[in-house]
Write a protein that binds this ligand. Structure first.
Ligand SMILES: [Zn+2]
Length: 393
């Protein structure tokens, strides 16, 4: 009996905490009303949560007649997260508090095909980030990694078509090194979750996040929730085929969408105007050259048309309210967006296409790292209030 009561109490605390997380600042009275709990229960549990450092109260809110209420907020400084987005040609890392506010961010241009070098860089970043944090009640609550490839629901990396990694073991390695929970996610799924948690998709229930880098990854938010499929392998839409007997893709097949619409396509076309190989060329330079050279601008036009073909297939399949394009290609927004929009309007089924909002998220390409932080925070709360022997979700 006691353990049943304890379980209910833990569930209520978690529910209160998550509600405050989403709707803060909020009063005890509103919490009781919105969560259908008694005022006494809310008061007791909130007191406990404050003693345990999860919450604090701030000044007085707006009165609805009687005394002005004290408002509750998440103690965002109680812990911190580190998140690392491992792209094919960059590593982006952030240190955040418990509300996704960024203390430090760092982007390094690096060929991550070299797994050992990649690990060396990540070790240094995590070390330096942890040295920059203050004492806090929970300290480092989790580390998250976004990778461009197939990752199952246990964080095991199954394949990375654009990276030649052998048996990458990020989760075990960093759990052993730093003794905190480590999550590993597909970078586009993390990007979609980042947009849902902190970004452009906060108010949207049906949206699709498209990560445009060397490959194209896709994260699907349906009914407000990240759709993962049976094994967590959704979103490999970069490898949907748009051309019969087309160019060979990193996945080994031919004619994939990402081969025609990604940073890789642009760099390989850009290479024909340059004396060096695409691997050492930079998208930033191609974007700059496009302003002077119409032939370079035409590369982006072709990429945008191809991009629109894949997007049309996605829009016709899923009827999203919003498409959010993030990652490297956002730098070419001015060159690609008008063509993408016009081409989608022309090709997609009209009643579906005319309502969809196609949007580039240009805020520093942070969708994936913020999503990883949101995952770490959510997992932390769930872990803290988990009752042992009860089924883990
Ligand atoms: Zn492919």
């Amino acid at each position: 009996m006691a353990s049943y009561q304890f379980e209910i109490k833990q569930q209520n605390k978690l529910m209160i905490l998550k509600h405050i997380y989403r709707y803060e600042p909020i009063s005890r009275a509103d919490l009781a009303k919105q969560l259908n709990l008694t005022k006494a229960t809310v008061s007791n549990l909130v007191d406990e949560l404050m003693r345990e450092a999860y919450l604090y109260q701030i000044g007085l809110g707006v009165s609805s007649g009687g005394r002005r209420p004290l408002m509750l907020k998440i103690n965002e400084k109680a812990g911190f997260t580190i998140s690392v987005d491992i792209g094919v040609n960059y590593i982006r890392s952030i240190l955040t508090d418990m509300k996704g506010n960024i203390f430090v961010k760092q982007t390094k241009v690096i060929n991550t095909n070299d797994y050992t070098l990649t690990l060396q860089h990540i070790d240094q970043v995590i070390q330096s980030f942890t040295e920059q944090t203050n004492e806090s009640p929970f300290g480092l609550i989790g580390i998250g990694f976004g990778v461009p490839g197939l990752v199952d629901q246990h964080g095991v990396i199954k394949s990375t078509p654009n990276l030649d990694w052998q048996l990458p073991d990020l989760k075990d390695r960093y759990e052993n090194l730093f003794h905190v929970p480590v999550i590993v996610e597909n970078e586009a799924n993390a990007g979609a979750f980042g947009e849902k948690s902190f970004g452009e998709g906060k108010e949207a229930n049906h949206f699709i996040y498209i990560s445009g880098g060397i490959g194209i990854g896709v994260g699907l938010i349906f009914d407000g929730v990240l759709y993962r499929g049976r094994d967590g392998f959704t979103g490999e839409l970069g490898h949907t085929v748009i051309r019969m007997d087309g160019l060979t893709c990193s996945c080994g097949k031919k004619g994939c969408w990402e081969r025609y619409a990604s940073e890789l396509y642009i760099l390989k076309e850009y290479e024909t105007f340059k004396e060096e190989s695409w691997q050492t060329l930079r998208l930033e330079d191609a974007v700059a050259d496009a302003a002077q050279n119409p032939e370079i601008a035409a590369i982006f036009e072709r990429a945008a048309k191809h991009f629109a073909i894949g997007l049309t297939n996605i829009i016709n399949s899923f009827n999203p309210e919003k498409i959010i394009i993030g990652n490297r290609l956002t730098q070419a927004e001015h060159l690609m967006r008008p063509i993408i929009r016009a081409t989608v309007q022309e090709m997609a089924i009209t009643p579906i296409a005319e309502k969809v909002d196609i949007h580039f998220n240009n805020t520093d390409q942070l969708s994936t790292v913020l999503g990883l932080s949101a995952f770490s925070i959510e997992h932390f709360f769930d872990r803290q209030f988990k009752v042992s022997n009860s089924p883990v979700s």
